[in-house]
Design a protein around this ligand. Sequence first.
Ligand SMILES: Nc1ncnc2c1ncn2[C@@H]1O[C@H](COP(=O)(O)OP(=O)(O)OP(=O)(O)O)[C@@H](O)[C@H]1O
Ligand SMILES: [Mg+2]
Length: 348
Amino acid sequence: MNLGSGDALDVLDALEQGSESTYFAFTQASEAEPARTGKARRKRRGKGRAQPAPAPAVRALAPIPDVLAGRYRLERLLGAGGMGLVYRARDLLQEGFGDPQPLLAVKLMSDQLATAPDANALLFNEFALTSRLRHPNLVRLQGFAIDPQSERGFITMELMRGTSLDRLLCDQPLGLAWAQVREIAVPLLDALACVHAQGVVHGDLKPSNVMLGDDGLRLFDFGLGLALDGPLAGLPHLSHGRFEAWTPAYAAPELFEGGTPSTASDLYAVACVLYELITGRHPFERVPSLKARDQGMQLTAKAPPGMPGKAWAALRRALAFDPEQRRVDAGQLRDAFAAQGFWARLRR
Ligand SMILES: Nc1ncnc2c1ncn2[C@@H]1O[C@H](COP(=O)(O)OP(=O)(O)OP(=O)(O)O)[C@@H](O)[C@H]1O
Ligand SMILES: [Mg+2]
């Protein structure tokens, strides 16, 4: 993806093929310091074509060393998203002291983003937010450091072993049985409700950012996370007015129109994920929501056997194109999914 410009509508066509990857583009030249205000607001774009913004100054990029900060040996690339590279690593210090479990995961910025002067601040934003959120179904972060040799920032975190929801969906192209959907949806929505209760928005919910592991479900990748209000709003963060970023198939229409990520846009995204788990299909055939709305696309699937009508109705509400019509929050959606249906109650 190109850095440096990015009118949302201009890039939609180009992105439809890669609708699983996060699109990220700076909209203004960088400042040296990350913003410190509590309320970041993305700049509204006028109708029509935006002028291409000047690309941020690019800094020279040193290769990633085999051992970061003299301590973390990178062993294997686990995943490469639109923004980051995640490696399995070995903590040589802990291993030296005889720790039997020295493996962890390390996240760095992708080469493309690492050249921007704000790259380390962006990664620190992810660390600062996620490390303060506590929930059994959120990824556990350990630390943030800068490798002195390459000057690349990196996050250390628990090594999750398991299957991401996007892989699960590849293996189950017709969707999952209601009981299985429920087992995934309840902890996922519980984690999201906890995040929202702290005034934080995830900003990039999608199947590849949820892992089903040996230790249960984990929601991760707060790279586009934002503390809107509440106790974490004072954390240093980058202003969302300076960049635009979303994953096309999961971004709510208001994000393409210049809106700031919100609990309502998270709800739209998580509802897309749940709909996919239930039916095996994206609610709008992977068409970005802005286009789906303008083309008048409708939800076509029916509630699967066993799914309570209230849960189906709540899910449909969360998929409304108009954020004002998404009158359900993550806690209410969790409660609707947690409730036993009529047949399940009878069988008990
Ligand atoms: N702690 C971890 N343990 C194991 N694998 C991980 C871990 N964190 C990330 N991964 C793997 O690396 C991939 C990329 O990680 P992540 O989603 O954080 O990067 P990203 O570049 O921000 O992605 P995106 O394209 O969603 O922006 C994940 O989809 C997952 O497969
Ligand atoms: Mg990701």
